[in-house]
Ligand binder design. Structure first.
Ligand code: AMP
Ligand code: MG
Length: 336
């Protein structure tokens, strides 16, 4: 039976965290909030525990999990940090939505690493998550809490229907702060490659690394295993037109046929009851935090098919577009 605990990143009781830490130690599954999205967590040192995550999510076994720790000292115990020229400088971004890929030095289970000799690690910026890691006294492997290929969960209202009876503990903490997953980087000396863009941007990383580049698999063949899979998709057909103008044209041609997921500025131009608004184009944080919720709302809407607006821009806008591209089917001009 799943135990539900009402709390959030800043308000929780010692009893609840202790209860959840016992589940982690006993190779159980705990769903908890982070500042990005909800995580489905297990003892990162235990193959048996981590295998449960893959089974519950239906995640391909070759897609490794992100291991969460509560300090840089703990990272030094499980990874070779000499790969990074200025490892301690990462404390400027941690706790926070940054995942680094480092050579594994032993303790993390091969299941969490998907058999690789590297491990993905981050320190989440959520006091509840940090306290859970501390009390469990082990690093916690926690990919996004969602069924594989589906949108990540950023609001606790979606947890029960997906994980009731499957997780031992679910922390019900309402909405998460940022709404898209961490930035994943592969560091080497003074440089790093961004494997998955997120809330921390090229500019943030440039404060620590002299050279910051984007992985080719953001356009080409995957380096971060997870990037090769279809992701974040609603269960209904969602299309992405090539531009906002094209989206408006399709809506004019077929009013009320498609659910339209768009920014509020475009929504104002279109009008209509089929709109699902992601927030203002002026505020990328708002769009990021509403993106997955918008995909969930589309799935629950009466519309069989939907259109999502492409987002242009750099930094967080680019990270949002990265998720939209994986969630939607691209349309050629005039295809609908
Ligand atoms: P999730 O936790 O579901 O948001 O996914 C974790 C992301 O980190 C996926 O894209 C993984 O492929 C990536 N990742 C985890 N471990 C590694 C690793 N050792 N090397 C490269 N990418 C990794
Ligand atoms: Mg995920």
């Amino acid at each position: 039976m799943t135990k539900y605990l009402i709390s959030n990143c800043n308000h929780f009781t010692a009893e609840d965290v202790y209860f959840a830490s016992r589940a982690i130690v006993n190779e159980g599954i705990v769903i908890f909030p982070t500042e990005t999205v909800y995580g489905i967590g297990a003892n990162a040192l235990s193959n048996r525990a981590c295998e449960k995550i893959f089974k519950i999510k239906g995640r391909p076994a070759d897609n490794p999990l992100i291991v969460h720790t509560s300090s840089t000292g703990e990272i030094e115990k499980i990874a070779d940090v000499r790969m990074i020229a200025h490892f301690q400088a990462l404390s400027r971004l941690w706790p926070g939505p940054l995942t680094v890929i480092l050579p594994s030095i032993g303790a993390v289970s091969s299941s969490a690493r998907a058999g690789q000799d590297t491990v993905a690690i981050r320190i989440p910026d959520c006091n509840l998550a940090l306290e859970l890691i501390r009390k469990s006294k082990v690093p916690i492997a926690a990919p996004s809490a969602n069924i594989s290929t589906r949108p990540s969960i950023t609001d606790s209202v979606y947890l029960k229907s997906n994980f009731d009876g499957k997780a031992d503990v679910i922390f019900d903490a309402g909405k998460t702060r940022y709404g898209i997953e961490s930035t994943v980087i592969m560091p080497k000396g003074d440089s790093c490659i961004i494997l998955r863009p997120g809330i921390y941007t090229e500019d943030d990383l440039s404060e620590i690394f002299t050279k910051v580049t984007f992985s080719e698999d953001l356009t080409d063949s995957p380096r971060s295993p997870g990037t090769k899979y279809r992701h974040y998709s609603p269960s209904k057909k969602l299309y992405m037109p090539g531009s906002t103008e094209e989206l408006i044209k399709i809506q004019e041609k077929f009013p009320d046929k498609y659910a339209i997921i768009c920014v509020s500025e475009t929504g104002q131009k279109i009008g209509g009851k089929n709109l699902i608004l992601m927030g203002s184009m002026k505020d990328p944080y708002e769009i990021a935090s509403k993106l997955y919720d918008s995909l969930m709302k589309f799935d629950l809407s009466p519309y069989e098919e939907g259109l999502i607006e492409p987002i242009s821009g750099n930094g967080i806008y680019l990270s949002i577009m990265n998720r939209i591209k994986k969630a939607a089917i691209p349309l050629k001009e005039g295809e609908l």
